[in-house]
Design a protein around this ligand. Structure first.
Ligand code: 4AZ
Length: 271
């Protein structure tokens, strides 16, 4: 979520208001010749993407069938997302949509949620632990992403090119993307991210993006995957706007939660 929308989220007492605050994003870039929109997010860095390359990319819909966040398949029965996404909509209203690149179609699967696990200690995206695992009703037919080894550091080296995937708005206040989109963003060092964000916590977060801005995730991409190859290294969490110089995207550092995700992802007979 955006740092700015955080205040409205904190003020929102009900799930509906929280949804309104999160329900805006996607993969964007900034940029432009239009001075009136120079500070507005634009999907310049992204391109249409294919689920045949990223079958684990899924999205979440609310009671009205509106896409409000991304998520990622981690087993045949579970998806990982951001805690702020899992908390935005009542469990009984959330649906996981898998295998559908274009929201206007009805291909793929739509599954309900039987269980929600929220990262221990989560309170707000800027405080870390912005991760959740949703257990679905039924079985997902699509291949899961790989998880990094617990505590892995190799995939988080500065400059590693990663791919962020999502279905959010194409421009701030503009239309949402109907299609899955992706953008390539390099991992940013902890030191740089700490100077970009005073709240940065290298144990629970990782930054990716360009110091010059222009290519980024944005609102609505929250909860979606940041992958290196097929390995899930991050989950879209927050940022100061989208694609702004010196303000890379902040992602949940998945390797901190590998054991938790695996425990939640295990198919169980009970629960
Ligand atoms: C959001 O509001 C959001 N630029 C997600 C990612 C970023 C900003 C906002 C990162 O869902």
């Amino acid at each position: 979520m955006s740092v700015k929308s955080r205040r409205s989220l904190l003020l929102a007492s009900g799930a509906l208001l929280a949804v309104a605050a999160v329900a805006v994003p996607v993969v964007v870039g900034t940029a432009s010749a239009d001075p009136a929109s120079a500070n507005q997010p634009r999907i310049v860095g992204g391109d249409k993407a294919s689920l045949s390359d990223h079958p684990y990319a899924v999205y979440l819909t609310d009671s009205g069938g509106n896409q409000f966040c991304g998520a990622v398949i981690v087993s045949s029965t579970a998806v990982a997302t951001a805690a702020h996404c899992a908390k935005a909509v009542a469990k009984q209203d959330v649906r996981v949509v898998a295998g559908r690149e274009d929201k206007r179609t009805d291909v793929g699967q739509v599954l309900g949620v039987s269980k929600v696990w929220i990262g221990k200690g989560y309170s707000d995206p800027t405080q870390g632990d912005d991760i959740a695992v949703l257990t679905v009703r039924g079985q997902l037919d699509y291949r899961p992403a790989q998880l990094p080894k617990s505590g892995d550091t190799a995939a988080y080296r500065e400059g590693t090119q990663a791919t962020v995937l999502g279905w959010g708005r194409i421009a701030d206040g503009g239309d949402r993307s109907d299609y899955l989109r992706s953008a390539q963003v390099p991992v940013v060092s902890d030191n740089t991210c700490r100077s970009d964000y005073s709240v940065y916590d290298q144990k629970t977060m990782v930054c990716a993006g360009y110091e010059k801005g222009g290519i980024d995730a944005c609102q609505g991409d929250s909860g979606g995957p940041l992958v290196v190859g097929d390995t899930l290294i991050g989950i879209v969490s927050f940022g100061d706007g989208c694609g702004k110089p010196g303000k890379p995207g902040v992602y949940t550092r998945v390797s901190t939660y590998t054991a938790d995700i695996e425990a939640q992802a295990k198919p169980r007979v009970f629960g």
